[in-house]
Design a protein around this ligand. Structure first.
Ligand code: NAG
Ligand code: NAG
Length: 164
């Protein structure tokens, strides 16, 4: 096979993002399709409910191509999915989290932010009572925190929340 042909094939196959759901406690339904033949490595994103006192959190993740559906995570439950970053490195999944009547939407995977050093193959998140925590892959260090927008969602006065 000529190198030109191989390059063309590589280009075409990497135009599309491939997403497939895997899950431990929650199985995301079809249609998660395997579209890319080869190209970027598969990335796994996993979100754990680390809320206290056996509380549930509702989440709804989607990208431009895929809606992963609404899932209720029980205490310590996880939701995860796999996909490949597209050719333009614009792949982005945002998730809406709902807990105690308040909702917030955050970028849980952003190829430009995450695909190089932050989490090249495994991106781990935890939902806590003061926000959603992101961890780096190699060091497992918490480097991102998206605080809950609604003060009533947190009793952590040290972080400056006020209760009205
Ligand atoms: C949460 O689940 C993990 C396995 O997914 C387990 O190792 C851990 O002990 C559990 N933690 C709690 C607090 O139940
Ligand atoms: C937070 O504070 C409110 C009001 O005092 C209380 O009703 C609620 O149970 C507390 N939540 C937690 C998780 O401690």
């Amino acid at each position: 096979m000529s190198q030109v042909w191989l390059l063309a094939l590589l280009f075409i196959s990497s135009l599309v993002t491939s997403t497939s759901a895997i899950s431990t406690s929650h199985v995301a339904p079809a249609p998660y399709r395997e579209r890319a033949l080869f190209g970027a490595p598969k990335i796994k994103v996993e979100i754990r409910n680390a809320l206290p006192e056996m509380q549930e959190v509702k989440l709804h993740c989607q990208s431009a191509d895929d809606d992963l559906g609404v899932h209720i995570l029980p205490f310590n439950g996880t939701f995860s999915w796999r996909f490949r970053v597209n050719f333009w490195v614009t792949t982005r999944f945002h998730c809406q989290f709902t807990w105690r009547g308040a909702s917030a939407t955050y970028d849980i995977y952003k190829a430009k932010r995450d695909s190089n050093w932050r989490c090249p193959t495994y991106c781990y998140w935890e939902v806590h009572d003061d926000g959603v925590y992101g961890y780096t892959e190699l060091e497992h260090a918490n480097d991102l925190v998206f605080p809950w927008p609604n003060p009533q969602n947190s009793n952590d006065t040290k972080k400056g929340y006020k209760y009205t």
